[in-house]
Design a protein around this ligand. Structure first.
Ligand code: UDX
Length: 439
């Protein structure tokens, strides 16, 4: 089939390449000149394992092209809207500028019978509004809402082998028909037995925000338990292990530490609360305020531990921060707990030197006031404390004996329960973390 993907950021670039991999002919529409130039050459302007290879292969196979001109999407039978919905500056609500802009751009190029598929994470009620606009335009075009659940670092796999496909369709035969067209697009994925949930627009929109709210709540739950462990002498890692054996609870997303960040969970729970407020249903989501607060408190707790450790003042102390990305296998620093802790220590007067295997350039751009090092060794050289704040495998594998030779003070803070305390202690280090006062 002929498809277009409007917006080739994180979601769109992966989706465009994955749809080409399924055998479709795909044109990716990207306004941003730099991103467009990069993608056209098979380069990916962010780090995502497997994606550059897939884009290059699909361009070479002739199934994938990129353009800056939406008119090149005129032939497409299905248009995927994959633009971003960031947090509005100064407010909790999602910024809908790009979604509205994508629809404005699409209207003149839609051919009769085309299907528009919304994949962006939007406030509930958005799809109904877009469907109305399409109808007013009188183009006999249908809308399907098809949220995306991909995780950074696993984006290719999550797109080609999703754990479910959700389709929100409009009323009546026309809605059903549009759903059928999208099922045709995803036929190869559905044939492998992937569960399909067909629903109405608001439910489809809610599935995405509800899923992210649930995941955020699960992380904040275990981080609240970490706070209790700190006051009672318990061990939150053992608590996670024991809770996780209950199949009803499950072990995943019970990793405590410095909390969640990234381009999705923090902004999505805030936008969800803002939308509930607009709809007069704010009470239903008041608990998410607490989820957000617990999450942010973990950053303060990490700063507090390091400050106290270094005698209550960090002015002139050298602190090596290992990790800037919001999670490993990513170069994304949006709302990263690691970077926010590094910034907080810098503000308090510490000489912070940061290293990250992939996120260094992004971190440097966002926080030029921090020191940066190309290797762990350079960052740790002469440090009074080493903070592991993103659980990259290379940090887990560090040799405490070797690192102990170059630091000024053998203090390691483990913000992600990524290190073995016994191993580091055996090499002469003091070890501290959150939620395990006796580890
Ligand atoms: C998330 C959702 O998982 C995905 O389904 C959605 O489409 C987009 O948002 P992503 O932001 O890529 O994906 O990252 P995720 O793996 O969910 O991690 C989010 C944050 O939570 C990271 O900062 C991670 O370090 C943190 N986290 C995750 C924890 O602190 N503990 C955990 O147990 C799991």
């Amino acid at each position: 089939m002929k498809l277009s993907v409007i917006g080739c950021g994180y979601l769109g670039a992966v989706h465009a390449a994955a749809m080409a991999r399924l055998g479709h002919t795909v044109v990716g529409v990207e306004n941003d000149e730099r991103r467009y130039e990069a993608l056209s050459k098979g380069e990916v302007p962010f780090y995502e394992p497997g994606l550059p290879e897939m884009i290059t292969a699909e361009i070479e196979a002739g199934r994938l092209t990129f353009t800056r001109d939406i008119a090149d999407a005129t032939d497409a039978e299905v248009h995927f809207v994959c633009v971003g919905t960031p947090q509005t500056p100064g407010r909790h609500a999602a910024d809908m500028t790009y979604v509205n802009g994508a629809i404005d751009g699409l209207l003149p190029v839609l051919r009769p019978g085309a299907v528009v598929v919304g994949k962006s994470t939007v406030p509930v009620g958005t799809a109904a509004g877009i469907a109305e606009r399409l109808d007013e335009h009188g183009t006999d075009v249908s809308l399907v809402w098809n949220p995306e659940f991909l995780r950074e670092g696993f984006a290719v796999q999550d797109t080609l082998e999703p754990d479910r496909i959700v389709m929100g369709v409009g009323p009546g035969e026309r809605g059903q028909q549009a759903g059928k067209v999208l099922q045709e697009v995803y036929a190869d994925i559905l044939d492998t037995g992937t569960p399909l949930v067909v629903t109405d627009f608001p439910t489809a929109e809610l599935v995405k925000t509800a899923a992210n709210a649930f995941l955020a709540t699960k992380i904040s739950f275990i981080n609240a338990m970490a706070e209790l462990c700190e006051t009672t002498g318990g061990d939150v890692t053992k608590l996670s292990e024991a809770l996780g054996h209950d199949a009803r609870i499950g072990r995943r997303f019970l990793n405590s530490g410095i909390g969640f960040g990234g381009g999705c969970l923090p902004k999505d729970i805030r936008a969800f609360m803002a939308r509930a407020g607009e709809l007069g249903a704010d009470q239903a989501l008041t608990f998410l305020r607490e989820v957000d607060a617990i999450n942010l408190r973990r950053r303060d707790a990490a700063v507090g531990v390091v400050m106290a450790w270094l005698g209550g003042r960090v002015v002139g102390k050298r602190i090596a921060v290992l990790g800037a990305a919001f999670k490993p296998d990513s170069d994304d620093i949006r709302d990263s707990p690691a970077l926010s802790i590094a910034e907080a220590l810098h503000v308090r007067g510490a000489d912070v030197v940061l290293h990250d295997p992939k996120a260094l350039a992004n971190a440097r751009r966002k926080s030029p006031q921090l020191g940066y090092a190309d290797t762990v060794e350079q960052a740790a050289h002469g440090a009074d404390a080493v903070l592991v704040l993103t659980e990259w495998q290379q940090f887990r594998d560090l040799d405490p004996a070797v690192l102990g030779e170059i630091v000024a003070g053998k203090r390691v803070f483990d913000g992600r329960h990524a290190l073995d305390p016994d191993r580091w202690r055996a090499a002469g280090w003091e070890y501290k973390t959150l939620g395990r006062p006796h580890a």
